[in-house]
Design a protein around this ligand. Structure first.
Ligand code: FEO
Length: 392
């Protein structure tokens, strides 16, 4: 795709990836993604903010073909999807310097073997004059690596935010046109990589509140001409109240755990509690991650396999532990054939979750009236706990 004009002397470059369905060999991409880079032509200096991964060099090489001189490349974030082709761009423009944070400098040298002489580091709040335009660098660590920063173009009030406020969407619409679609994609993106760092993300949000921003330009997905839409969404995800909702990631082998889940879901709904259930055999883990952002309770449903939880349930517990959601309560339900240590194993897998563990419901074999009564009691407990928190 050709460079696209955002404003006078400010252009989108990069690659719209319609085909990829997995990011980092880990994260589902139901709607593809984009890798955004930005060219700013000041009256004295020209800069490129971020780049694309190395395999896409041919794309940005063509987009830069009419750019005679590049003074700086700015790396807001060292991960390879934005930095991979920087060495080859530096070869195209031997006069250019790479600007980044002191922390990113070492990472870029390690990952891409960029020479130290090519790199200039900046401090938090430092500015760079391009002549008639000025960039200010604002350190926003842990979105989602320790070295990340954003850059604010003062005269045009544009915040270049790299992964911060990003979303995985492939589209030819440069700017947000469908807020509902972008809201879900951005929430998925936040849940998958930023939720574990939400306390620091909160500080970053407070930090950028001091800036007058007309446009947010992330390095994945669409640009936000109404910044409050995505900033307010992040504030809610980071620090808003949990919802009257139970997330149930479950797996069943011989339908016993499934029968328990079905009964339990009906019981919770009957008591006014919302449920999102995920059969882990067919679940898009990104959808599960989204639901974890604001659920008050997680209940894992699992049969016992080889004396422990089903591996799919163990994976869900591992994921929840890694993502560190705001969840308040957790329990486990399921069926076993002859014995095992399912509860102990799962409980040992979630040390990061600051939750109250509610009495698990594990029964032998196909569920009986006793099992259903225990599930009823667990549903009552959850409904009461939610009510105590003022959740409706
Ligand atoms: Fe889009 Fe953390 O890289």
């Amino acid at each position: 795709m050709k460079p696209r004009k955002i404003k006078d002397n400010i252009y989108w470059m990069g690659f719209v990836d319609w085909d990829s369905r997995l990011f980092d060999s880990l994260i589902p991409l139901p709607d593809g993604t984009s890798y955004n880079a930005f060219l700013i032509e000041g009256s004295e200096k020209t800069v490129l903010i971020d780049a694309v991964e190395s395999s896409l060099f041919y794309e940005i090489e063509a987009q830069l073909s009419s750019v005679a001189r590049l003074d700086y490349i700015i790396s807001l974030h060292a991960e390879q999807d934005h930095s991979g082709c920087i060495p080859r761009i530096l070869s195209m423009y031997p006069e250019a310097k790479l600007i980044t944070t002191p922390k990113a400098k070492g990472i870029l040298m390690d990952l891409l073997h960029i020479s130290e002489e090519s790199i200039i580091t900046v401090q938090d709040g430092e500015t760079l004059s391009l002549g008639d335009k000025t960039l200010e660098f604002i350190f926003t660590p842990w979105v989602h690596w320790p070295e990340t920063m954003v850059a604010y173009l003062k005269e045009d009030k544009i915040l270049f935010s790299c992964d911060f406020f990003g979303s995985h969407i492939a589209t030819t619409d440069l700017f947000v046109t469908d807020e509902g679609r972008v809201y879900e994609a951005a929430k998925r993106y936040y849940a998958e990589i930023m939720m574990p760092f939400r306390k620091i993300i909160k500080k970053n949000l407070e930090k950028i509140a001091a800036y007058d921003i007309d446009l947010i330009a992330p390095s994945h997905g669409q640009l936000y001409p109404k910044p409050s839409f995505i900033i307010d969404a992040h504030k809610d995800w980071v620090d808003g109240p949990v919802k009257n909702k139970v997330v149930i990631p479950y797996v069943s082998m011989h339908q016993s755990t499934k029968k328990m889940v079905d009964y339990f879901v009906a019981s919770l709904v009957d008591k006014g509690v919302g449920v999102e259930q995920f059969n882990l055999v067919v679940t898009d883990t990104g959808k599960l991650a989204i639901s974890l952002v604001d659920a008050a309770t997680i209940v894992i449903g699992t049969p016992t396999v080889l004396a422990g939880p089903h591996p799919a349930a163990a994976h869900a517990a591992f994921l929840a532990n890694a993502l560190r959601p705001k969840t308040k309560f957790l329990s486990i339900i399921g069926s076993f054939g002859w014995g095992g240590r399912t509860v102990e194993t799962l409980a040992g897998m979630i040390p990061n979750l600051k939750v109250e563990v509610l009495e698990p419901v594990l029964f032998k074999g196909s569920p009986t009236e006793d099992a259903f009564q225990s599930l009823e009691t667990l549903a009552e407990t959850i409904a009461a706990k939610h009510k105590e928190l003022g959740l409706e």
